[in-house]
Design a protein around this ligand. Structure first.
Ligand SMILES: Cc1ncc(COP(=O)(O)O)c(C=O)c1O
Length: 369
């Protein structure tokens, strides 16, 4: 059995009608494209520094710095909540503040009120919904998401009242080298998993090429075909299945010692990206590999933080990145697959010290995003 891994081409969620209203949203190539546009807009408004949470994906910093912004950080606690006192202390020296709705979960009402207050004082607030998808009650001056975290399509929607057309136009015509490669990869991955067609080497090569192109090319414009596909997905059903899966898996792991969910309950209406847990008793990386050998492809958000000198001086963030593991609950995942995941989690932890990790042919396709 396989569980998790990268998204493969999947027509199951397609519907004939337009299934989501994207009025007032600007469709771009992905989260990175949104970050480029936001950075250029901030710079144009004379803002050259931005205050970020200490727990984040280093690629965000790469993009912001690549555009010319200077990054500073405020602390995030192990439960992914924001230390408001520290944020307030630091925010006094900044005109732009960034926050992330981690794994699709909103911050507390107090934090949100504080951020709204910052905005009223003229601070530019960037709301990162890369892991949250389409969020109804957003509060930022700039609000964006990333589709590839949730479905097998590329794109990111940006909402802002600033006129960002000049920054989008600036990048028009940049060829999208990634798109044909990732489309082929997503198709081949489905063929491989369900029909046994193709080989791992070819697919790994395609994925690496696609990621390399994504990181290298400053593509901003979104692709109309990807957009059409995204807007003809049954988002209502996707949300429901993710929420139902989240609850189901939460129940399955409740009694497993050494696995502690970071968000022990869903929020009203939120769409979880995954079920993040802290692993204790056994080394997280060992467990990750052990599950990989059983065909279970999980993700670590964000392993690269550990090796990034801009981020790895924060002891709390390093501890979080060393123990966190994101379990899969996405729309593809069946109860049987989650049963298998929970069984392997429990047996892995129970048998730690008795088995030796041997990279197996079952290793899933999973990469950090
Ligand atoms: C929280 C968060 N924001 C933004 C991004 C960038 O999104 P994209 O991968 O669509 O460029 C990422 C990517 O990992 C992310 O994790």
């Amino acid at each position: 059995m396989f569980v998790g891994g990268e998204f493969y081409a999947d027509t199951r969620w397609q519907v004939d009608r337009m299934a989501i209203s994207t009025d007032g949203m600007i469709f771009l190539n992905g989260g990175k494209a949104c970050l480029i546009v936001i950075s250029e807009c901030l710079l144009e408004h004379g803002i050259s520094k931005i205050l970020l949470p200490s727990y984040l994906c280093p690629t965000i910093v790469n993009t912001l710095e690549g555009c010319g912004l200077i990054c500073d950080y405020y602390p995030v606690r192990a439960d992914l909540s924001i230390d408001l006192n520290e944020l307030a202390r630091k925010a006094a020296h900044h005109r732009a503040v960034y926050f992330i709705n981690y794994f699709g979960f909103r911050h507390s009402a107090v934090v949100r009120e504080y951020l709204v207050g910052l905005r009223q004082q003229g601070v530019m607030v960037v709301e990162d919904n890369a892991q949250a998808g389409f969020v109804e009650k957003s509060i930022g001056d700039f609000v964006f998401n990333s589709m590839r975290k949730l479905v097998p399509y590329d794109g990111g929607y940006l909402v802002t009242s600033y006129d960002v057309t000049p920054y989008i136009k600036r990048h028009q015509g940049c060829p999208n080298r990634r798109l044909p490669v990732i489309r082929l990869y997503r198709k081949r991955l489905g063929d491989y998993l369900f029909e046994g067609i193709g080989g791992r080497g070819e697919m790994e090569g395609l994925y690496e090429q696609a990621e390399h192109d994504y990181e290298t090319d400053p593509v901003v414009e979104g692709d109309p075909q990807e957009r059409w596909q995204i807007e003809h997905l049954d988002w209502q059903a996707i949300r429901q299945v993710r929420r139902e899966n989240y609850r189901y898996l939460l129940g399955l792991i409740a009694e497993i010692p050494g696995v502690t969910p970071i968000f022990p309950a869903l929020q009203e209406e939120n769409m979880p990206m995954g079920l993040p847990v802290y692993v204790s008793r056994v080394p997280r990386d060992w467990l990750f590999d052990e599950l990989g050998n059983a065909g279970i492809g999980l993700t670590v958000h964000w392993d690269d933080l550990l090796r990034d000198p801009r981020l790895n001086e924060d002891a709390v963030a390093v501890d979080m990145a060393s123990r966190m593991l994101t379990l899969v609950i996405d729309q593809r995942t069946s109860h049987r697959q989650m049963d298998y995941l929970a069984e392997n989690l429990a047996s892995g932890i129970r048998n730690y010290g008795m088995s030796v990790n041997v990279p197996g042919k079952n290793e899933p396709f999973t990469f950090e995003q």
